[in-house]
Ligand binder design. Structure first.
Ligand code: FAD
Ligand code: UDP
Length: 391
């Protein structure tokens, strides 16, 4: 296949799948996708659990959300979405609170009945210790957003567990992902659209590449020179979109970029509902995992297809990733950013290779952002390389 392919894509995650779909639809290209894992979908891949009927998100819970009309229109070509609206709870000192921090959390925490204005004044007072300074790490950003007491209860230890680092050494941007609200709105996301693919993530992804001009080779590593679709054989001969880790592509020549990975511990219970919600965070240090996911609860609309005598829950344990682990969260300290900038100069010199996606650009992107970046990258970087193809 590689001799006939007009475009090689390394990685069948959302970045790679979007590029493949566009290359076929807009340029009539013949595309070869090389994927190291045994399945498409990258980290958003899911499968159905036989015992419970739950859709298990194999690499961690994935909730689709976006405010980007172009992306929303695009994804709806391949799947419809359920009406699922994401809500999260967190356990702190034996009590359950709504997340993200909202007026309900604040009033429960302070045993009060503050109005929005009163709560804003209280938080401004509690955040006052950092007034006038620009927070340049997660610790200071957290205190500025919600004041020290709430920060220490809900953010400090959870963050330390998730990132396995002191929050004062982490970038402030991580915590800006989470809204803080002075009303009782406890929707986790603030986006215009959200939901879950009605017949699962994998069915959505299969539809994106349902075209005879797209060929997928699974369980094949681009760096394995014992198989024909490898870097040494292909670079410079055919346009390539690479969505794997950027440092790995260059054999870690300049050093390793830091990632966090997650280990999942599966627990099965002979109950219909163990947590009472899809996601329960654990804010305190004494619980070693960050959160627990009960997959069945993401899809209440599948009630009739689910088993109500058993349920499956995954606990998430975060740790630093070594080269052989799945890289999940880019740590992005100042030193990482500098190292990535150095890799970018090497990327620029790589003939006909476009680096994309969360791993290829060392970026903490959600699915909708990856699709948006892929649509842009197709137009600006990939299509010019395919320009001689007939439509
Ligand atoms: P990936 O999905 O990582 O795909 C890259 C693919 O490249 C992988 O399949 C990998 O096997 C393959 N690959 C790498 N190297 C090679 C190689 N050498 N040869 C062949 N193949 C290779 N986003 C949301 O919008 N909502 C969420 O709720 C959400 N939750 C998340 C939870 C977790 C735990 C994680 C880790 C991510 C979450 N995300 C979420 C982010 C989402 O997973 C990403 O935005 C998206 O999957 C990135 O797509 P991608 O194509 O860039 O990368
Ligand atoms: N966070 C926290 N407590 C929580 C939930 C989130 O401190 O109960 C912080 C933590 O630092 C995390 C960041 O907020 O990394 C972003 O949370 P989000 O849920 O967006 O992270 P992800 O879905 O990527 O795991």
């Amino acid at each position: 296949m590689s001799e006939q392919a007009d475009l090689i894509i390394v990685g069948a995650g959302l970045f790679g799948l979007t590029i493949a779909q566009q290359a076929v639809e807009r340029n009539g290209a013949r595309v070869e996708i090389i994927e190291a894992r045994g399945n498409i979908g990258g980290n958003a891949y899911s499968y159905f659990d036989e015992q419970t009927g739950a859709e298990i998100h194999k690499y961690g819970a994935h909730l689709f959300h976006t405010s980007n009309p172009r992306v929303w229109k695009y994804v709806n070509r391949f799947t419809s979405f359920t009406h699922y609206v994401h809500h999260v709870y967190t356990t702190h000192h034996g009590e359950v609170f709504p997340m993200p921090i909202n007026l309900g959390t604040i009033n429960q925490f302070f045993h009060a009945n503050y109005s929005p204005e009163e709560a804003k004044r209280l938080i401004a007072e509690q955040a006052g210790e950092l007034a006038g300074s620009t927070p340049n790490n997660l610790n200071d950003q957290g205190i500025s957003l919600i004041g020290r007491p709430l920060y220490e209860a809900f953010i400090k230890h959870y963050t330390a567990k998730q990132w396995q680092m002191d929050p004062s050494t982490l970038p402030a941007s991580i915590i800006r992902r989470l809204p803080v609200r002075f009303n009782y709105n406890n929707r986790y996301f603030k986006d215009t659209w959200e939901g879950l693919p009605v017949d699962g993530y994998t069915a959505w992804f299969e539809r994106m590449i349902d075209d005879p001009r797209i060929h997928v080779t699974l369980s094949t590593d681009f760096f394995d020179t014992s198989q024909p679709l490898n870097r040494d054989a292909l670079v410079g001969k055919v346009p390539i979109v690479y969505t794997g880790p950027v440092d790995k592509y260059f054999n870690y020549e300049l050093g390793d970029l830091q990632w966090k990975t997650v280990d999942f511990k599966e627990k099965r219970y002979d109950e219909d509902d163990h947590l009472g919600c899809p996601v329960m965070n654990f804010a305190d240090e004494d619980v070693p995992y960050t959160r627990a996911i009960e997959f069945k609860n993401f899809n209440p609309e599948r009630y009739d297809q689910q088993n109500h005598e058993h349920t499956v829950v995954w606990e998430e344990y975060s740790r630093s990733a070594s080269r052989n682990d799945e890289p999940y969260y880019p740590v992005s300290t100042a030193a990482d950013k500098q190292l990535y900038a150095q890799y970018k100069t090497k990327i620029a010199a790589e003939p006909q290779v476009i680096f994309g996606g969360r791993l290829g650009t060392y970026a903490y992107y959600d699915m909708h952002q990856v699709i948006d970046k892929a649509l842009d990258s197709f137009e600006n970087e990939v299509q010019p390389l395919l320009k001689n193809l007939k439509n």
